[in-house]
Write a protein that binds this ligand. Sequence first.
Ligand SMILES: CC(C)(COP(=O)(O)OP(=O)(O)OC[C@H]1O[C@@H](n2cnc3c(N)ncnc32)[C@H](O)[C@@H]1OP(=O)(O)O)[C@@H](O)C(=O)NCCC(=O)NCCS
Length: 171
Amino acid sequence: MMTARPARWHAFGMGGTGGCEIVGMAPSHELAAITERLLRALPSWFGIPEANAEYVESATHLPGLVARSGDPVGVLLSRRHFPGSAEIHLMAVDPQWHRRGIGKALVATLETQLINDGCRLLQVKTLGMSRPDVGYAATRAFYLSCGFEPLEETHDLRPGNPCLIMVKPLR
Ligand SMILES: CC(C)(COP(=O)(O)OP(=O)(O)OC[C@H]1O[C@@H](n2cnc3c(N)ncnc32)[C@H](O)[C@@H]1OP(=O)(O)O)[C@@H](O)C(=O)NCCC(=O)NCCS
């Protein structure tokens, strides 16, 4: 299992992402502040204050990957459920940086870490297709492009919102 690490432990330049670097961050108030700033830039996806507060709080106990171009421009929080399986808990990329490969680089970085740590399965939960939403249709297109497969849409996990579980075998 991955354990808590110093706040910054890995950084490298990403060729296709306009000079961004991806930095691993341990759970912290600094990571929570970065998460809060990025959620605020994405009101169409993150418009419910109570849900945002939960995401921000989660950054104080979940590890993160942060894409930076000077300032943070993207964040991914992940959760390790079992030695063999993990979940993307949250992803947010600054809208000014969309479609520049940052989301894909964040997922690829997480996958490399997980594979090196013996993890074999990654999941993500997002809004299901039975609730038409242009923004989340783009989100699903993103995860599909990263190699995730839709596993199940359930109405039990998030009352009032259809939840699509997507999975990706890691190899
Ligand atoms: C989803 C998100 C993290 C993707 O980040 P990104 O940096 O823009 O994604 P990338 O540039 O790496 O996109 C990789 C591929 O995903 C697909 N994709 C990404 N955005 C898409 C869109 N709006 N429409 C269709 N396909 C899309 C494309 O295949 C894209 O490759 P291409 O640009 O070469 O065609 C970002 O759009 C975001 O922050 N969205 C709002 C928050 C959100 O949805 N979070 C996840 C909640 S579960």
